[in-house]
Design a protein around this ligand. Sequence first.
Ligand SMILES: Nc1ncnc2c1ncn2[C@@H]1O[C@H](COP(=O)(O)OP(=O)(O)OP(=O)(O)O)[C@@H](O)[C@H]1O
Length: 203
Amino acid sequence: MSTPIVEIKHLSKIFHTLEGETLAVKDFTLTINQGEFVVLVGPSGCGKSTILSTLAGLIKPSEGEIKFNPSKVNKKPSIGYMLQQDHLFPWRTILENVFLGLEIQGNLTPETKKRTEQLLDMYGLGDFKNHYPNQLSGGMRQRAALIRTLAIDPEILLLDEPFSALDYQTRLAVSDDIGSIIKKEKRTAVMVTHDISEAISIK
Ligand SMILES: Nc1ncnc2c1ncn2[C@@H]1O[C@H](COP(=O)(O)OP(=O)(O)OP(=O)(O)O)[C@@H](O)[C@H]1O
C-alpha cells in the first residue's frame, strides 16, 4: 500500500515587492507517496521553484498547508535539494565535494565516508574521486552533485531543473541516468522542469 510522505493542500504563495504583488502559486494540491518520483512540468515563471522552496521550508505558504509524514504525526523528513547548477567547488576534489554536506552536518564518520565512496564507485565515478570538477564532463559533474545530495541520506530529494546547464543530448542521457539512480536508491523525489522531453526521459 502506498504511504503518503507529503501532503500539499491548497497551497498559494503571493510575493510582495515594491513593484506590487505576484501570485506565484494558486491553490496547489498534491499528495506524494513514499518512493514516488514526481515531475512537475510547466513554463518558466509558473511557480515551480516556489513550490520546491516551500517544500524545503525556505519560504512560507501564504495560504494552505504542507503536512509531512501525515501517518507519523507530522515528523519532518530530511530533505536534499539539488539545483540547476552543480555548484561543485572547483578547488575541492570530487571526493571532497561529495563529503561537503556530511561535513556541514558534522556527520563525516568512517561509516558515512565509506557509504559515499560506495555511491561514487557504484555510479561510475570511483576512478575520478581525486579529480577536480573541471576535469569531468558536465554529465559527470551533475552525477557527482547528485551523489553529494544522496550522501546526507535524505528521505526526499528536490530537484530544480537539475539538467538545464547541460546541452540537449547530454541532458536526455543524464536525466535518464539520474532517474535510474534515484529509483535504484528508492528515494522519494520531486523534480521540476520546463522541458517535457526531460520529464519523459525520467522513466
Ligand atoms: N522571491 C521572490 N520575490 C518576488 N517574486 C518572486 C520571487 N520568487 C519568484 N517570484 C515570482 O513568482 C513567479 C513564479 O516564480 P518561480 O521561480 O516559482 O517560477 P518557475 O516556474 O520556477 O520559473 P523558472 O523556471 O523561470 O525559475 C514569477 O513571476 C517570479 O517572478
